[in-house]
Design a protein around this ligand. Structure first.
Ligand SMILES: Nc1ncnc2c1ncn2[C@@H]1O[C@H](COP(=O)(O)OP(=O)(O)O)[C@@H](O)[C@H]1O
Ligand SMILES: [Mg+2]
Length: 273
């Protein structure tokens, strides 16, 4: 079956209506998402916030075509994807979604270049071009041109997340979905990764970042809040943070006692969400 069922809203990358996901385990039902209407336009950088259990990962899994809604519709890149079967979703996922995870999810004992090349080798669209060169260009784009032969164990956390971001970008997806991408990084490295997202977004890449930290969300252009599976609030960020400026003003807390007064990202707001 042709997966390209309909093409409705070309400028809209994501569009959900009445999106609902109910988990049934034995006699209990958990309504993890309830009637969510959510749009993301091309070129946006959106943060999804919410406490642990609010439905963030459930939403990410459906938006990333890893899971299907119980009810409601979902259009990705103008294509209805809510009714697709497993194989069809795998194809859509590989072609249109770039994932970035909290734990980087890189393969051990595999060079950065090979990690980034892999999605191109799995691609069944018969894309033209030299996969090595395309992967190398993606690594250059994230500032890792001089680390291509390095394995994860030879890279810092921030560098590993950059490899993961290059891997997410290499297929030129419609959107990059990042689930707590700075959750395993220190504050300064977190700002560097958010700076890379801001730079890529300025180049036109559409990005959705899940986080439970408000200071992280403030690097996005728009914040959406989930509570108990409902979309509670959807607002532009009026006081958006600029990672380049924050890094220029950065004072290493180890070098300067007074720097503890400058705490751009309190890491104490909560545990893993
Ligand atoms: N596979 C599952 N089976 C049953 N319940 C689940 C499953 N995944 C998540 N849930 C429940 O759905 C709700 C939302 O979970 P989740 O989307 O993981 O939230 P968050 O990512 O915001 O912490 C929670 O109550 C959680 O316990
Ligand atoms: Mg989660």
């Amino acid at each position: 079956m042709d997966t390209q069922v309909t093409v409705n809203h070309p400028e809209t990358v994501l569009r959900t209506r009445g999106l609902t996901r109910t988990y049934v385990t034995g006699a209990t039902e958990v309504r993890a998402l309830r009637d969510v209407d959510f749009d993301v336009q091309q070129g946006e950088m959106v943060a999804i916030m919410g406490a642990s259990g609010s439905g963030k990962s459930t939403l990410m899994n459906i938006l990333g075509c890893l899971d299907r809604p119980t009810d409601g519709t979902y259009e990705l890149d103008g294509i209805r994807v809510d009714g697709l079967d497993k194989d069809q979703r795998a194809d859509i996922r590989n072609q249109r979604i770039g994932f970035v995870f909290q734990g980087f999810n890189l393969l051990p004992r595999t060079s950065a270049l090979e990690q980034v090349e892999l999605p191109l080798l799995y691609d069944r669209t018969g894309r033209e071009g030299n996969t090595r060169e395309i992967a190398a260009a993606a690594l250059e784009r994230v500032g890792l041109g001089d680390r291509m032969d390095h394995e994860p164990s030879e890279l810092s956390g921030g560098e590993q997340q950059r490899v993961a971001i290059a891997r997410a970008l290499v297929t030129e997806p419609a959107i990059v979905l990042a689930d707590e991408p700075t959750g395993n990084l220190d504050t300064r490295t977190s700002i560097e990764v958010l700076g890379l997202f801001q730079e890529l977004n300025a180049q036109g890449i559409t990005i959705l970042v899940i986080t439970h930290e408000h200071e992280i969300a403030r690097y996005a252009k728009r914040i959406v809040r989930l509570r108990d599976g409902r979309l509670l609030q959807d607002e532009p960020v009026l006081d958006r943070r600029d990672a380049v400026r924050d890094l220029a003003e950065w004072i290493d807390p180890d070098e300067d006692e007074a720097a503890s007064a400058f705490a751009p990202i309190p890491k104490s707001e909560g545990g893993a969400a």
